[in-house]
Write a protein that binds this ligand. Sequence first.
Ligand code: CDM
Ligand code: ATP
Length: 313
Amino acid sequence: MRAYSLIAPAKINLHLEILGDRPDGYHELAMVMQSISLSDRVEVRANATERLQVHCNHTQVPQDSTNLAYRAAELMTIEFPEAFQRYGGVKISLDKQIPVAAGLAGGSANAAAVLVGIDLLWKLGLTQSELQELGAKIGSDVPFCLSGGTAIATGRGDKISPLPDLEDIHVVLAKYRNLAVSTAWAYQTYRQQFGHNYPSDTNTLEDRAKRVHSGPLIQAIAQHDAAKIGQLMHNDLEKVVLPAHNLVSELKTALLACNPLGTMMSGSGPTVFALAKSKTHAEAIQAQIKQMLPDPQLDTWTAQFCPQGIQVS
Ligand SMILES: C[C@](O)(CO)[C@H](O)COP(=O)(O)OP(=O)(O)OC[C@H]1O[C@@H](n2ccc(N)nc2=O)[C@H](O)[C@@H]1O
Ligand SMILES: Nc1ncnc2c1ncn2[C@@H]1O[C@H](COP(=O)(O)OP(=O)(O)OP(=O)(O)O)[C@@H](O)[C@H]1O
């Protein structure tokens, strides 16, 4: 085959806990991640020339070598120079449905899809863990985006352990179109404000693991208890993003008033999501939030938890 079309789902964070600094300058995390049905379509096609090219239908997404999808292709050319020489360049086309700079890992999902697409195009036969090792070189969220579903993510977010699938849970997402939050800013500000709380004895992984508070949520996931999952969600980055962005804070309060199973900011924001027990429940929350906040800048979506990451379609 000379072309592959892939589905790249967005993620939300059901739990995001910052455990401390890492020697590499990143933060040690304990997260629970979830793929959702809101997804981009990524086409990876053999190019007639040696060139890597990326095209995207969204004006805010770069079409040059800074695009995460381009960076994934570039990494493959460096890691597999013989295959690159044999098969030539690739043309990547991104059909964006996932909002950009939203805390939903849209760029990371695109990069993950390109790794899978090139693996197929160049007949490399890489395993999931080999792909995840490559993905971690591009960004912390890429390894999760590859395998998807419901999973624990530790380390800097790149060490993935699968959890049982959660089906039939629905989600409403809401985001102000003109608002973006830098992930680096969010972590840096958290470190400045709360870094003194990192205990000095958390140098070993074992010590850090003892401090993790996701146990009850993981139990609720094992029991497939959507109501409990909604109540137990947590995101440390809310502590810095909500006070700095009134709109995000007000959005969360408004979503909570719509009687969801629970509501939380995703990743470093600014998207806020609400969990719902059915499609009808999600649509009712969506209608209510639009009525409560009739701002033309507020975008909303409904989606469903999905049990997989990158899929060939
Ligand atoms: C907020 C989340 O989306 C939650 O899933 C991720 O933690 C961020 O994932 P990402 O955007 O793929 O992150 P990267 O591209 O690896 O890093 C972006 C920036 O976030 C900060 N960063 C990220 C991950 C981490 N464990 N510690 C950090 O301090 C670093 O300043 C880094 O420069
Ligand atoms: N393929 C891509 N899709 C979207 N944005 C991209 C892509 N490549 C590079 N970018 C740039 O990366 C920035 C962050 O985009 P992205 O949508 O991945 O953020 P995010 O959802 O907040 O990610 P995360 O949740 O992993 O922190 C954007 O401002 C955009 O300019």
